[in-house]
Design a protein around this ligand. Structure first.
Ligand SMILES: C[S@@+](CC[C@H](N)C(=O)[O-])C[C@H]1O[C@@H](n2cnc3c(N)ncnc32)[C@H](O)[C@@H]1O
Length: 223
């Protein structure tokens, strides 16, 4: 499988100077470079955004900004990405990457716990009182890539922030294959993701498929 993955990596479109810079800086300045989406997933995200014509995107879990740049680069110039990150120590690196990629004016970075930020965003959209949001405030795509233990809660919080026909893309849903182990490992992350995949597959409001790309991407379309 590693050989196949390497082959795919060698045949994906070049990611460009700004993303090369973010990848390199992530290795130099953080201890968690494996969290970064990387060229293959980044290119898939760009193609999804371009083909869907998405102009409003929400990302949970910015890390060093790699996937945010991919999403923003693929949007039309009047598009907007809101990206949510807990770790304020990453802010300078994230913002420098956005500048280098020429997408800073299309992105709002929200530092803080994403459940709190989402609650505030829901309130701004008028959703906190059980109302419907104005259609132009709804998101075309949500890319979910923050705390794996909390995917079910994120799903509930973002669901009515997405327009009908819009996508929720959830990353790492195979969790290194742990979600398929029998018995299921008891750690909170595996349990959280397994619960999330079960919940989505039983949700009649969506159609979904897990792609075995990298660590697994659940592609969920709201009907
Ligand atoms: C897998 S990384 C995101 C990778 C990024 N999307 C990319 O492709 O480069 C997950 C990120 O989510 C952040 N995170 C974890 N829990 C969070 C929370 N409760 N609220 C906001 N961000 C959170 C982490 O700090 C980490 O930077």
């Amino acid at each position: 499988m590693e050989k196949v993955y390497k082959y795919i990596e060698e045949h994906v479109s070049a990611q460009g100077e700004a993303l090369d810079w973010v990848e390199k800086q992530t290795h130099i300045r953080t201890n968690h470079a494996r969290m970064l989406s990387g060229a293959i997933q980044g290119e898939l995200l760009r193609i999804i955004v371009k083909t869907s014509g998405a102009r409003r995107i929400l990302e949970l879990g910015t890390f060093t900004g790699y996937s945010a740049i991919c999403l923003a680069m693929a949007m039309p110039e009047d598009g907007h990405l809101d990206t949510l990150e807990l770790n304020d120590e990453l802010e300078d690196l994230i913002l420098e990457g956005f500048d280098r990629a020429g997408v800073a004016d299309r992105i709002s970075l929200h530092i803080g716990d994403c459940k709190e930020t989402l609650a505030a965003m829901r309130s701004d959209m008028g959703l906190a009182d059980g109302m419907e949001a104005a259609p132009d405030k709804l998101y075309d795509i949500v890319y979910m890539d923050a705390n794996k233990r909390e995917y079910c809660e994120y799903y509930d919080l973002v669901f009515d922030m997405v327009r009908p026909g819009g996508l929720i893309l959830a990353d790492n849903v195979l969790w290194d294959g742990k979600v398929c182990q029998d018995p299921l490992p008891q750690d909170k992350q595996t349990q959280g993701i397994a619960r999330f995949n079960d919940m989505v597959s039983k949700d009649p409001r969506v159609e979904s498929v897990i792609m075995p790309l990298r660590d697994g991407l659940n592609i969920i379309r709201k009907k």
